[in-house]
Design a protein around this ligand. Structure first.
Ligand SMILES: *Cc1c(COP(=O)(O)O)cnc(C)c1O
Length: 467
């Protein structure tokens, strides 16, 4: 027998009951499955709220010690529903959105516009207008074209509050960060000054007078040049699932340096700096999540040292955790349908365990080779374990839910199987591949369960089909 319950990567509300079946937030998974069916996303409300509080407190405490304010924005793209937007707002977080759809959910939840940010590298005119109409606290602009577009949509009487998203060359994700001068990706404006070799690539966009400025500096100057815009500050997001905190410090230093350069050039010292999200979590037993207290202290110490070096007062900071708030709070509950032993090249046998969902409810293994952990949760098995692969029901051999996990040798049809830490980028990236209706998101707390997003039905799918 093997079980990592209770403990990471499971939410704090996951435990084994007296008869060996698992409970989440005090709800037995068998009763849960009877009531809500499978597959289903289970969200541990107390755990999610505690993580939101932990991030806010850790950063408020560490930044208060260096005399700087900090706001925590929940990155809604990780998972957003009306209830979750309310919960995080009740815990003192603001909400970041990246599309009109996410903005609509945050507004429906009653989050005041002032506590909402709008991201996106290609916001439509309609999205910009709606954000301005809602009085969002900030629009993070991502290109020179967009700066003009937002300015055109705003007015001198009601200037749009904007941050300029810059790329510092720091890329992080997984265990280490890498730093490169020129970035070959779509987000933000680079802080790297054009060189002779890169210049011809963007020659059409450069005049001789500003050829020596980085795209980021040109963006900041372009915002200052438009009275319909109010420049709040500079934004940097370096990646996701980051477990090495040094990337945040290097990026923060680059952003604070750019801020000082802008002040030297124009006399404008911007008030705010956003350091983005990306705080890593545990997906597998034995993995260690980034500790909010430690990262907050490290980043605070680092930005204080940088500000001292630069001789500039500290700005107000903000951060944007998504995964770290909702990821560990969620699990996916499936029912096993078939079990098939398959002899593989090295002569050993891999047990393929098929569940009633798959890549339509969790695309991350197929998209990024993401690793997950699974356990049989409807009972406690004392059988020895076998090497298993959990797969879905889709017409695709890459339809893998858990690449490799040891499951009890007596795993069988009808077993309830849970996959840990699926709260982030599970439901939010779900599809209807194979016309599979998307699972519900059900909150559990204090022994009761409540659907936040209902299960999709075939009628929902057919309602879109005009025949
Ligand atoms: C995705 C994203 C986040 C959140 O990232 P996590 O890895 O979920 O913490 C924050 N800010 C921006 C700009 C993002 O694109």
């Amino acid at each position: 027998m093997s079980t990592s319950i209770p403990g990471e990567p499971w939410s704090t509300g996951v435990a084994r009951g007296a008869d060996g079946a698992v409970t989440v937030g005090g709800v037995d998974v068998r009763a849960f499955a009877d009531e809500h069916g499978t597959p289903a996303y289970v969200l541990d409300e107390a755990d999610l709220r505690a993580r939101a509080r932990a991030y806010r407190r850790a950063f408020e405490t560490a930044f208060a010690e260096i005399g700087a304010g900090v706001d925590v924005y929940y990155a809604g793209k990780a998972f957003l529903s009306v209830a979750v937007a309310r919960w995080v707002h009740e815990e003192g977080l603001r909400v970041d959105t990246a599309t009109g759809g996410e903005l609509a959910v945050a507004l429906r939840a009653g989050v005041p516009g002032a506590d909402i940010g709008l991201h996106g590298n290609n916001k439509s005119d309609a999205e910009i207008a709606r954000a301005l109409d809602a009085g969002v606290g900030r629009i993070i602009v991502d290109s020179l074209v967009e700066i003009e577009r937002v300015a055109d949509a705003a007015s001198v009487e009601h200037p749009a509050p904007v941050m300029v998203r810059v790329t510092t060359g720091v890329h992080a994700g997984g265990h280490e960060y890498i730093s490169t001068a020129h970035e070959d990706q779509k987000f933000g404006l680079s802080i790297a000054v054009p060189t002779a070799t890169s210049e011809h690539v963007v020659a059409g966009a450069l005049s001789s007078s500003d050829a020596a400025d980085s795209p980021a500096m040109r963006g900041l100057l372009a915002v200052l040049a438009r009275p319909e815009l109010r420049l709040l500050g500079i934004h940097s997001h370096i990646g996701s699932q980051i477990l090495d905190p040094s990337g945040f410090e290097v990026a923060a230093r680059a952003v604070l340096t750019l801020r000082a350069q802008l002040a030297e050039r124009t006399g404008v010292l911007v008030d705010e700096v956003d350091l983005g999200g990306g705080y890593g979590i545990a997906y597998l037993p034995g993995e260690v999540a980034l500790d909010p207290d430690r990262i907050a202290k490290d980043v605070a110490a680092s930005v204080q040292a940088t500000a001292t070096d630069l001789g500039t007062p500290l700005p107000r900071f903000s951060i944007e955790p998504g995964r770290a708030i909702v990821g560990p709070a969620g699990l996916t509950l499936y029912t096993v349908g078939t079990v098939k032993p398959v002899r593989i090249d090295d002569g050993s046998v891999r047990t393929y365990v098929s569940v009633d969902g798959g890549m339509s409810d969790n695309i991350r293994p197929a998209l990024y080779g993401a690793q997950y952990h699974a356990e049989v949760v409807g009972r406690l098995s004392t059988a020895e374990t076998v090497l298993a692969r959990v797969v879905g029901k889709h017409c695709e051999s890459g339809d893998i839910v858990v690449h490799e996990v040891r499951l009890p040798a007596d795993v069988r049809a009808g077993d309830l199987l849970a996959v840990a830490a699926t709260g982030a980028y599970g439901r939010s990236m779900a599809s209807n591949y194979n016309h599979v209706p998307r699972p519900p998101v059900v909150a559990v707390t204090d022994g009761s369960s409540r659907a936040l997003v209902r299960r999709e039905t075939e009628d929902d799918l057919l309602a879109l089909d005009l025949g």
